[in-house]
Write a protein that binds this ligand. Structure first.
Ligand code: SF4
Length: 278
């Protein structure tokens, strides 16, 4: 279900690393990623439907961007934390595009992250920022896996094509490799296949918390039953697997001269990933 709503504010202070402010043009997200961390937003939305089946379009959001202010100049402004700013409703409603148009005179350091090739549509706007980067999430180069885990997002091919177009337009870009799915996400292969047209690689580990655990477990049991025991083992030995992965990423990127950032969660993980009720 897609409906238009009116909101009272649109630019919020961010608790994210590397972002001073964040904008979410939509409530909900149509991409239906099985590992979605934003599901908790449902309880603030008033929706009873399943997460992924509704999107509220903040139709007045662009009008809430102030016109005369230096408050956001050179501040890191990120789209988006709990939705994809280019998820399917954007094609029709264009809220993200109108928001970005309004942001140009405010001169923030803009960062946009998506799983949609629609982002290329707004290249004409991105080039008007002194500082702008556009990121594409890529968790696997395998299109069959993409269909399992991000069923309503752009294909792998379309995402890589979008990154190339952004690169050719002179826009700084990055690939967000996250969440890393053990034994599925081949991050070295992603880097090797794209480093000719991608400026930076960002990494995040799979952080099983809340209802994410239930959805990941269900997907594993249905599509990769042979990995169930391995994931259980990874989470039962706490952060050992992730520390090894982090060390591997650091050594590889240093040796290969790859620019990278790590967003690994090092708080203790559930020892009962596959055993606890969701
Ligand atoms: S794109 Fe982000 S917000 Fe949307 S479903 Fe996927 S993980 Fe959730």
């Amino acid at each position: 279900m897609i409906q238009e709503i009116t909101v009272k504010s649109i630019i919020t202070k961010s608790g994210l690393p590397d972002a001073d402010y964040v904008i979410n043009p939509y409530v909900g997200c149509a991409n239906r990623c099985i590992y979605c961390y934003a599901r908790f937003m449902k309880r603030f939305s008033g929706h009873t439907e399943e997460w992924g089946s509704f999107v509220d379009v903040k139709k007045n959001a662009p009008d809430l961007v102030p016109v005369n202010t230096s408050r956001y100049r050179d501040k890191a402004l990120f789209l988006s934390s709990v939705t994809d700013p280019y998820c399917e409703p954007e094609r029709l409603h264009g809220v993200t595009r109108r928001l970005i148009e309004r942001l140009i005179p405010l001169a923030p350091r803009l960062s946009v992250q998506t799983k949609s090739s629609l982002v290329v549509r707004d290249t004409d706007l991105f080039v008007q920022f002194a500082h702008c980067e556009v990121g594409m999430t890529v968790t696997s180069l395998d299109e069959a896996v993409r269909q399992e885990i991000e069923p309503s997002a752009s294909t792998v091919e379309d995402r890589l094509s979008a990154l190339k177009k952004l690169h050719e337009a002179g826009i700084r870009n990055y690939i967000f490799i996250g969440p890393i799915l053990p034994n599925i996400t081949d991050w070295k292969r992603i880097i090797e296949a794209t480093r000719g047209f991608v400026d930076c690689f960002m990494f995040e580990n799979l952080n099983i918390k809340g209802t994410v655990r239930h959805h990941v477990n269900r997907w594993l049991a249905e599509s990769h039953p042979g990995l169930v025991d391995e994931y259980t083992e990874i989470y039962s030995r706490g952060n050992g697997y992730w520390q090894d992965t982090e060390n591997d990423i650091r050594s590889y990127c240093a040796a290969e001269g790859v620019e990278y950032k790590l967003y690994f969660h090092h708080k203790s993980t559930s020892k009962n990933l596959l055993l606890e009720p969701s």
